[in-house]
Each structure stands twice: as structure tokens, then as C-alpha cells.
Design a protein around this ligand. Structure first.
Ligand code: S3P
Length: 447
């Protein structure tokens, strides 16, 4: 990942754009379809590095998956495609011949751990240097409590994980952190368990797993912060999963870069089309409105069980600082970096707290944004659980680094559009993790 991108201050952004398909839904569609009885069709699947890691993992577990257009090419190729997944049922996976490499993808490794804990064979999960430093005890410890045989490096805290799958017992679990990856891991393990698994989170994280599994006929229900899932083991009352036929909407977290850019670049007016607006994902919309900008939803509809809309956004004069607290973090967890860019242009001090989870994402995103924005001239203070940014500051173009984190690279690219002079972003190819073609689409809007 060595490519450096050069960007300049731009004139107004105008036009329509459809961001790439949703990453969370693309992962889940492949995983859950693999566990269904029969063939599933997933339209508008995201052909980016992360979901392709999931696709490769399930192929290595014996699932037949065909792609249209054929071939796995994240860079330069089509960002969306159609996949057919020939599911073999909950108990149809086969032992992989080799270690399963989940690349950069936390969603792949954590959800897969839940499935493999219930699958009666040996598996080893690993990932790239970033994923190998991300916490895994959050899934290992509850899975062990369900009876899984699983261990990992450094006292079960990190990858690689070795799993000898087998029978699991349902449990009641109160999660210490709000995390859709942990919740989904335990829901999937719960499908294999004997009895009903009950999971409660401290705050609501994205609920794509619950929606998709319910649509596939799983015995799953949610009430407030608690999810109950019936296991398929003898006497568990769980049911076979039915195949899927779905269309994945555009990813709100990819749309966020364009919404912010339209807000920040004077004279801009942009329509971002076909975006998933699941309320567990759209905390940024509330923040944008609080900051004083105009953002409106059009053509609201439901696509494959998820709410979708076109989002219209135009440049906002005189943005106001906001305070973002712990309770809002799960609904804008992936928008922290772009929110930091917005904060540099808001009048007053924007404070984002209760966000310590951001330190264990693809990079330490609090640190990364503090370091890079300081280089660009921002006034800020870093806290263990967040950041305070004083605006409004004139940003200056300079050499910045992506920290090999796709969302850091894309956020800095948006900052570059309003910074004086030229900005270079080192190691920017990491945008391929979620958004191949990002720089081209951004450029097309400013043409
Ligand atoms: C994801 C959940 C979030 C998010 C990640 C994708 C998912 O992680 O940051 O990009 O697909 O479930 P956590 O749930 O661990 O916060």
C-alpha cells in the first residue's frame, strides 16, 4: 500500500453520486447465505478488499460462490457486482486446508469466530498487521463461556486464533462495549448453541445482523438493547436459514465523505443516491443538522429490509461546534475521522468524548486524526476517550499520512479540498478496503 495521492483546494462540488455498496451488509450477506440451505443472490455486492476477504474465507470453507463480473479485482475493476452463493446449511462448512487470512477486516474475523466456534473442525484465523493488533478477547472470552475451544496469541488477546469448534451452550451475556461485531459473533454462535442465547449491549450498535437473519427465518428477536436467538442444536427451537435474494444499498459510511465535502466546500450542492439510512448508522446526520447545515432526505424507501434514501446536501456557512457524547458514538462509530474534519470548520470547540473504541479500529483513529490535523494547522486537544477541536481554522495543505487506514485517508482527502495549497496523502491505496475508486469519484464531483 504505497500510493501517494496529491490533492488541491477545489471549487464547488456539484452533481449526483452513488457511493459503493454497504460493507457491513456485503460481509453479512455472504456469511449468512453460506449458512442457508440453497442458493442466494446478492446484487450490488461491494467488491472491495474487506468483503473480498469474507468471500475468500467462505470459499476456503468449501462454499461455492460465483461472481458477475467474474474475478476478484478490488482495484481498477467494478466496485459492485452480483454474487451467487451456494449455501450448505448451518452444518455444511468444511475444514479449511490452510490458515484463514482475514486481511484488514475486523468484521470478517469476529463474525467468523462465532460461526467456527460451532463448526466441528479445526480453524486458524489471522489477518494483516493492523488486524493482528486489534483486541480479540472481546469475542474469545464470551465464546469460551459458551463452551468453545478457542485460544489466541498473548493470552487469547490477539490473532492468530485457533478454534476447535464443537457443541456450544446458550448463555445470557451483558456486553461491556457496544459493538456490532461482538454482538453478531455471539448471535451466530447462538444459532449453533443448545438453548436460547440472550445478549444485551450497553448502547445500540448497528442491527444489520438481526434484520438479515430474521428475514432468513432465524429464531431471533430484539427488544431495546437485548437480542434473543434460538439455537439449532437439539431442543434449541432454532430453524434452518432460508436463502437470500437481496440488493445491497450504498454505504452510509462511504456517503459520509461526500456529505461532509458538500458541507465544507463553498457553493457545493450534491445529491448522494441510494444510501442505506438504517437509524443505527446515521448519527452523523443529526450532528450535521446540529452544526447548522442543510441536509434533506428524498425518495425514502425500503430495499431488502433496510431503509434507503437519496441525501441532498449543500454548503453551509457559519457551522457551529457541537458536543458529541458516549451515547451517540455507536451510531457514528465510523464517522469519527470525517467529523474531526468538520469540527475544524465549525465556530467554537467541538468535543467528542466516550469514543475510546476509536483507539482500536483499523488504526488508533483518535491519535491518527490528532497527528495529521495538527500538521494541517488545526487547534486540538487529545483525550484518552476523544478529542476537542477548536474552529474555525484555515487548514494548510501539507504532507499527511493515512496510517494505512481507509477512513483516515478519505477524511484527509476531504480536508485537502478546503486546505490552502497542495496536500499529499501517503499510503492512500488503503481506500481499496472499503471504497475502490474513491479519489476518482471525488474528482468527478469537482470537475
Ligand atoms: C462493523 C461494526 C463496527 C464498525 C465496523 C463494521 C460491522 O465495529 O466500526 O467498521 O460490520 O459490524 P464495532 O461493532 O466493533 O464497533
Amino acid at each position: 500500500m504505497t500510493k501517494t495521492w496529491e490533492l488541491h483546494k477545489t471549487g464547488s462540488l456539484k452533481g449526483e453520486i452513488t457511493p459503493p455498496p454497504d460493507k457491513s451488509l456485503s460481509h453479512r450477506a455472504v456469511m449468512f447465505a453460506s449458512l442457508a440451505e440453497g442458493t442466494s443472490r446478492v446484487r450490488n455486492f461491494l467488491r472491495a478488499e474487506d468483503p473480498l476477504s469474507t468471500l475468500r474465507a467462505f470459499r476456503s470453507l468449501g462454499i461455492g460462490i460465483s461472481e458477475e463480473p467474474p474475478g476478484e479485482k478490488a482495484s481498477g475493476g467494478e466496485v459492485s457486482g452480483e454474487v451467487l452463493i451456494h449455501g450448505k446449511g448451518l452444518h455444511g462448512l468444511q475444514e479449511a486446508f490452510d490458515v484463514i487470512d482475514c486481511g484488514n477486516s475486523g468484521t470478517t474475523v469476529r463474525l467468523l469466530a462465532g460461526i467456527l466456534a460451532g463448526s466441528p473442525f479445526f480453524s486458524v484465523l489471522t489477518g494483516d498487521n493492523s488486524l493482528k493488533q486489534r483486541p480479540m478477547a472481546r469475542v474469545v472470552s464470551p465464546l469460551k463461556a459458551m463452551g468453545a475451544e478457542i485460544s489466541g496469541r498473548a493470552g487469547d488477546r490477539y490473532l492468530p486464533l485457533a478454534i476447535r469448534g464443537g457443541s456450544l451452550k446458550a448463555m445470557e451475556y451483558v456486553m461491556p462495549v457496544a459493538s456490532a461485531q461482538v454482538k453478531s459473533c455471539l448471535i451466530l454462535a447462538g444459532l449453533y448453541a443448545e438453548g436460547t442465547t440472550v445478549i444485551t449491549e450497553p448502547l445500540l450498535s448497528r442491527d444489520h445482523t438481526e434484520r438479515m437473519l430474521a428475514a432468513m427465518g432465524a429464531g431471533i428477536s430484539s427488544e431495546g438493547l437485548t437480542v434473543r436467538v434460538a439455537g439449532q442444536a437439539l431442543g434449541g427451537g432454532g430453524r434452518e436459514l432460508q436463502p437470500l435474494d437481496i440488493t445491497v444499498p450504498a454505504d452510509f459510511s462511504s456517503a459520509a465523505f461526500f456529505l461532509a465535502a458538500a458541507f465544507l466546500v463553498p457553493g457545493s450542492d450534491v445529491l448522494v443516491k441510494g444510501v442505506g439510512i438504517n437509524p443505527t448508522r446515521t448519527g452523523l446526520l443529526d450532528v450535521l443538522r446540529q452544526m447548522g447545515g442543510s441536509v434533506t432526505l428524498h425518495n425514502e424507501r425500503e430495499v431488502s429490509g433496510e431503509p434507503v434514501a437519496d441525501i441532498h446536501c449543500s454548503a453551509a456557512d457559519g457551522l457551529r461546534a457541537v458536543t458529541v457524547g458516549r451515547e451517540s458514538i455507536p451510531s457514528l462509530i465510523d464517522e469519527f475521522p470525517i467529523l474531526c474534519i468538520l469540527a475544524t470548520q465549525a465556530e467554537g470547540t467541538t468535543e467528542i468524548r466516550g469514543a475510546e473504541e476509536l483507539r482500536v479500529k483499523e488504526s488508533d483513529r483518535i491519535r491518527a486524526m490528532a497527528l495529521e490535523l495538527k500538521k494541517m494547522g488545526a487547534e486540538l486537544e487529545e483525550f484518552p476517550d476523544g478529542i476537542a477541536i477548536r474552529g474555525k481554522t484555515k487548514l494548510k495543505g501539507c504532507a499527511v499520512e493515512s496510517h494505512d487506514d481507509h477512513r483516515i485517508a478519505m477524511s484527509l482527502a476531504v480536508a485537502a479540498l478546503i486546505a490552502g495549497g497542495t496536500t499529499t496523502i501517503a499510503d492512500a491505496s488503503c481506500v481499496d478496503i472499503s471504497f475502490p475508486g474513491f479519489f476518482g469519484q471525488l474528482k468527478a464531483l469537482s470537475a
